[in-house]
Design a protein around this ligand. Structure first.
Ligand SMILES: [Zn+2]
Length: 268
């Protein structure tokens, strides 16, 4: 029986994943991205202690509307003191953790060290958080939309970390990713603006939906690496909400790797 091109590629990929990679990683074990200790192939580049920290971060309760950390007995999906008076543009936020180690360290290496190989490692807890939010808030997942960078920043960095995470989530979920948004003007980096209002002013009108995209009746998830005040997600959601009624999504949600509870600390 002749194998078609895609079947051959699938078979080669399976052999590579199941045979060649374990052999190569047994002979030359990859070091953990953070502890620099050798890891085994099934640990996926993160040592046991780092994965335990990620699991602990995933289990911490947070506000399902803005992502702010909550106390153990104040778990809320209807909003918290930080967000109940604000129009966020999104109906729910899923987060893997807060912007502290190990997420801050991994994001630093992903963004500024340009180690795009870290994106699949971060996508796993992000997908777990997203699935939990879908279950607990009874939400669907119809489309994945990464927050875009301005083309000039994309060019200088070489890749968009949100898009890398989006691709990985698409692979894990089987739901297509759409590059539906574009950043039509370059904004001051959000780390240089501190207040919520300054960040919202900085991002007002920064996004638009590309021609030809419509999400009528769909539940779409915006994907980003970090959420500080929510201004970026609000601006991106606003662009989707401005679509004509026959193209507008029914619900706009967001999934981010890390949320900052207060003023964002420097990535270390
Ligand atoms: Zn909240």
């Amino acid at each position: 029986m002749r194998l078609r091109g895609s079947s051959i590629r699938t078979a080669i990929g399976r052999v590579s994943r199941q045979v060649l990679r374990p052999v190569a990683e047994t002979l030359f074990p990859p070091n953990c991205w953070l502890t620099h200790r050798p890891t085994t192939w099934h640990e996926g580049g993160l040592s046991l202690s780092v994965r335990a920290s990620i699991a602990a971060a995933l289990a911490r309760p947070y506000c399902g509307r803005c992502g702010a950390t909550q106390g153990p007995w104040s778990f809320s999906y209807a909003g918290c003191q930080r967000c109940s008076h604000r129009n966020l543009g999104t109906v729910a936020v899923a987060r893997a953790g807060t912007l502290e180690p190990p997420f801050s360290s991994l994001l630093y290496r992903l963004k500024f060290g340009r180690h795009w190989q870290i994106a699949p490692l971060l996508a796993i807890p992000l997908w777990q958080a997203l699935q939990r939010q879908m279950t607990q808030c009874d939400l669907a997942l119809d489309a994945i939309i990464p927050i875009p960078l301005h083309w000039m920043r994309n060019f200088t960095r070489g890749f968009n970390q949100a898009e890398e995470l989006g691709w990985q989530l698409s692979r894990l979920s089987g739901v297509p990713m759409h590059r539906a948004l574009c950043r039509i003007r370059q904004t001051t980096p959000q780390t240089r603006t501190s207040s919520v209002s300054a960040r919202q002013d900085n991002l007002r009108g920064a996004f638009m939906v590309r021609r030809g995209y419509g999400f009528q009746g769909a539940t779409v998830w915006l994907i980003d690496d970090i959420c500080t005040t929510g201004a970026t997600l609000h601006a991106a959601a606003s662009a989707l909400a401005r679509l004509p009624a026959h193209e507008r999504p029914a619900q706009i949600c967001a999934a981010v790797v890390a949320v900052t509870d207060h003023t964002p600390p420097p990535l270390t």
